[in-house]
Design a binder for this molecule. Sequence first.
Ligand SMILES: [Fe+2]
Ligand SMILES: [Fe+2]
Length: 298
Amino acid sequence: MEMVKTQSGRKPLGAQVNIPPRRMDFDFSKAPRNGYANDEYMTTFWAAFSALFPKGESFFVEAVRPYRNQIHDEILKAQIAGFIGQEAMHSKEHISFNKFFAKQGYPMDKLDHDVGKLLSLIQKYAPSRFQLAITVCLEHYTAIIAEYCLKADDMHRMADPEILKIWLWHALEENEHKTVAFDVYETVGGSYTERALVMFPTTIILAFMFLWFHSRLLAHDKRLFSFKKNWAGTKHFWGRGGMFQGIVPQLLDFLKPDFHPKQHDTDELLDLWREKLFGEKGILNEQLNSVQNKKLVF
Ligand SMILES: [Fe+2]
Ligand SMILES: [Fe+2]
């Protein structure tokens, strides 16, 4: 049974509503250079994705935080605490994951700088409700990609076990808190029209950033125009039966007026992975029960 407690022995607020912030400290020092299918294209695909997280998840937290005082429902308040705690940990661990790629010469700092620049422009000029709507859209992406990651046996086979850990932990928590930004948005009067309209530019910018980042990482490996070598990876992620095709139906659900993230029922999947990661024989259990977690205050 999973235990996350503060120093006082009290469960953190987020943990009381099944969104426990879990402090991790992944060690990538022994991970191979190409930790996904021993292939540069596939490995840098995930590195490009990871490059978006440190600044991206801080943006999510800053978009939700100002609304904390407008929420009076005690459960949603606790869920916000859990959401903020989990996203803060994700930023921290993806910084460390990105450093692992930077050590191999990949321009991770430049990518991080570029995401930061774009997001700080949005924070400077966009109204806070718009920032919250962007967060709802992007949290939809993280939730459905995370669900894919938890279910994708081929990913579990192809990824290096140490590298897989960060993605499984992150994927689990993205699904644990997938309703939070959405519920905050609706509680403070966010409309269907606004979130549906915001999804379009958000998707275009996200796709552009991601493809641009992946291209820059591939260029570092001199693989950008190696179409033959990149074919297997391209098919795996973008082709028929690949990752992108797998998430399209769930992506489109967001455009239904009565959509709520709970409609994608992941309760059983989460129980399964909580047990695998943090249960009695959980592969991340040792980290979870370390002294560090007792210092959590979220
Ligand atoms: Fe996250
Ligand atoms: Fe999230």
